[in-house]
Write a protein that binds this ligand. Structure first.
Ligand code: ADP
Length: 569
């Protein structure tokens, strides 16, 4: 009853623990999902911020160039002087790599038309021919001139951003457009700032990436500049082994190399007619792309999430395993305790019967109740038999305890099993005569010698024989057959003890070798025994590398076969 209750409590505790573990697993799974979602958003935001800042710096530099080199030619000084002053100021305040390569002044006069001069740093030097890199621009200017010859004041130059050269075209501030009646021949000019592609891509952008992307701790990103339409798609990448394909489906993509309206103040925009020139979206074909080195930001987050999931799952599994182990070992301890209880109960019960017989006989003798010498001899035999049974039982229990505690050091000596069989029969002689059973001994002598502990083997065979006699019908036959034979692992000596008794019901067959197991019939008919015999037989035989097998059917008798390997050499 108390075991049952403990079992129930234990079962309930296991269920509660398992439930808690499951809940914990679900909560952890959800929580990790939530955390990685936040992490993804945080990473997205921070890389977006880093690229935005980098972009603002890059485009700001262009705007700065534009503002610096946009000159109001109505002010004092020749264009060359004004340019020289602005240029000197820029050179003085410059920090870091300078993408500016050359400066040209393009002027469209009413007459003689299109003129190009190169700025040397201090002076303007007229050029006879346009530099080849500017050929495309020259065509655009010529086109402008042709189209607008009659409406000079509305001349509009090429777009300010020329990313294929790359260059900036800066419209200069001239006469007010309506003020055409004022002085002299009219002219309108532009400054072309030719940028150094190598410095721009090889120094300027890397410096910005270092400062704003890697400096911001976004070290696990690849950064690149792509020309979205050009033949050579990847203009620059943070790692030279990368190709345009490395930036397919980037985590962040933004147009770079543009003029942003917010980089000019309103005065600039109105006074200098820039409103129409600087469009908010005058973006080039270049774009700044970032992609996480894990393949994508999503992949990086998923990978981190899977790692955490694996880790916490491992911890939970460990926990579950520990719980399982605790349960198993508690179970074992419980079973052991139960067995011990049964053992004590069983042994005490078995000791009680012979003890009470001995005591009764001894009392009778002591009280001088018995006078007949024949009766006295009978009493003596009774005491002897019961005493023998007692010592048998004590031997059995001791052997069992020894085997159980792992101290079963059986001797290994050459043993002739024929002798062992004879001793086992002799030890059972009183049982044989009590039961009026005939034991047929069929031993193929000489038997091969086996290695083992003669005493332990005798007790094993004696147990099997006494079972066969005990569970036989009165006057029955027990056949004991021993042969040398071929076992599965080599030559063996095979001993079979067959009876024609009540047999073992099929339901009991799997249990007969368990310690303390007693068949229902044995218990009901009060056949003497402790339930230890077969368990001892099995352990002794297995300790000799042998095996015990059993064939039995109810009402037709049983047959136990022992096989012990023949001694080698
Ligand atoms: P016990 O002390 O009860 O004989 P054993 O371990 O020797 O204990 O046997 C366990 C049970 O196996 C017995 O109680 C009995 O039910 C059954 N058994 C063993 N040998 C035989 C046999 N030869 N014939 C029928 N039943 C047997």
């Amino acid at each position: 009853m108390s075991y049952l209750r403990t079992n129930k409590v234990q079962l309930a505790a296991i269920f509660v623990l398992a439930g808690l573990l499951a809940v914990l697993a679900i909560v952890q799974y959800r929580w990790l999902g939530q955390i990685s979602e936040w992490e993804r958003e945080r990473m997205e935001r921070s890389i977006e911020f880093a690229t935005r800042v980098m972009l603002a710096e890059f485009d700001g530099e262009l705007a700065e160039l534009y503002r610096t080199l946009q000159i109001d030619f109505r002010e004092e000084g020749s264009p060359a002087e004004q340019l020289a002053a602005r240029y000197a100021e820029r050179v003085n305040t410059l920090e870091g790599p300078d993408p500016l390569e050359r400066i040209y002044l393009v002027t469209i006069n009413e007459d003689p038309g299109l003129v190009i001069e190169e700025f040397t740093g201090t002076a303007l030097m007229p050029l006879d021919e346009w530099p080849p890199v500017l050929a495309h621009l020259e065509k655009q200017f010529a086109g402008t001139l042709k189209r607008n010859n009659d409406q000079f004041e509305y001349l509009v130059g090429p777009p300010p951003l020329q990313d294929d050269i790359p260059a900036l075209v800066i419209q200069q501030v001239q006469n007010r457009p309506r003020n055409t009646l004022s002085s002299g021949p009219r002219s309108i000019s532009w400054i072309i700032v030719k940028l150094d592609r190598d410095v721009l891509l090889g120094e300027f952008i890397p410096a910005l990436a270092d400062r704003y992307i890697y400096g911001e701790g976004q070290v696990s990103y690849n950064v690149g500049v792509l020309d979205e339409e050009g033949p050579q798609a990847l203009l620059w990448a943070s790692d030279p082994t990368l190709t345009a394909a490395s930036f397919v489906e980037p985590d962040d993509r933004r147009g770079i190399y543009s003029l942003r309206r917010w980089d000019f103040n309103l005065r600039n925009l109105y006074q200098r007619r820039m409103w129409s020139v600087v469009e908010e979206n005058t973006e080039s074909r270049w774009s700044l792309v970032t992609k996480h080195q894990a393949g994508s930001l999503e992949a990086a987050v998923t990978r981190a999430r899977n790692r955490s999931l694996g880790l916490s799952l491992g911890v939970l599994l460990l926990l579950a395993g520990s719980i399982l182990m605790i349960v198993v070992s508690t179970r074992r301890a419980q079973n052991l305790a139960e067995q011990q209880m049964e053992f004590v109960a069983g042994v005490s019960h078995e000791l009680r019967t012979p003890l009470s017989v001995i005591r009764a006989a001894a009392e009778n003798l002591a009280d001088n109740v018995v006078h007949d010498p024949d009766r006295t001899r009978q009493y003596g035999q009774l005491i002897d038999r019961e005493g023998r049974r007692l010592s048998d039982m004590v031997e059995r229990v001791l052997l069992f305890a020894k085997i159980r505690s792992g101290q079963d050091h059986f001797e290994r000596m050459p043993v002739d099993l024929a002798g062992v069989i004879d001793e086992a029969i002799a030890a059972n002689s009183s049982l044989i005569s009590d039961q009026q059973v005939t034991v047929e001994r069929d031993v193929a002598e000489p038997l091969p010698v086996v290695n083992g502990d003669a005493q332990a083997l005798t007790s094993a065979l004696q147990n099997l024989l006494s079972n066969a006699i005990k569970y036989s019908h009165r006057g029955g036959v027990v056949r004991l057959r021993a042969r040398g034979a071929m076992g599965s692992g080599g030559p063996v000596v095979q001993v079979t003890i067959r009876d024609e008794g009540a047999g073992i019901p099929a339901a009991e067959l799997p249990h007969v070798f368990e310690p303390f197991f007693r068949g229902e019939r044995a218990r009901k008919a009060q056949i003497q025994g402790s339930g230890l015999g077969l368990s001892l037989v099995k352990q002794v035989i297995e300790a000799h590398d042998g095996s015990v097998s059993l064939e039995s059917s109810a009402n037709r008798g049983s047959s136990f076969t022992v096989e012990i390997p023949v001694a080698k050499g």
